[in-house]
Design a protein around this ligand. Sequence first.
Ligand code: HEC
Length: 164
Amino acid sequence: MAPFGALLLGWACAPAAMEPVGTSTGGATAAAASSPAPSATVWALASSMKGWTRANAKRFPSAGHWFGKYDADVLVNDEARTSYASVGPGQSASVGAKIAEVHVTRDGVKGPIFAMEKESSGWAYVEMDSAMRVLRRGRLSPCVECHAHVAAQDELFGVPLNGK
Ligand code: HEC
């Protein structure tokens, strides 16, 4: 397998790899950009998320989601904190781990929020709008297809961490 950095660079240089997120055929951007159904409910973890730990030292440009459009912060709950700090081959998060990536434009406009919730069956992916209303949840494509590139490290890419 290519080194992680090379993989990531590969995506950054290949917007086509991200198109599933931005097409109108059920991609994440299309859903996030459209108005949610009136029935869409706010994520159950929206308020507890405010007490989670930010894993990245500084807000960083998201390489994986809408290349170039958003900066991001990644927030982790207590169950995820230790394992996320050492994302790598063979590492995995325990059931109960929750991770949220919050996207913000460089002008400070809130973007969509993406989350992963570790269940006994694996990660559930959650796609939300900027008001944290859940648009879709589950083993979502294209989330799963792209995060599968790092299946060997529990489907986690990792971010620039504190002090590193
Ligand atoms: C084209 C590849 C790609 C797709 C599609 C994608 N992601 Fe990601 N994701 C990444 C990359 C790369 C990162 C590392 C941080 C960054 O660049 O934003 C990441 C980071 C994350 C994180 C922080 C945890 C981690 O892996 O380090 C969460 C949560 C997340 N993504 C959720 C989602 C959800 C939910 C979807 C679908 C709605 C999704 N992602 C779709 C590539 C992708």
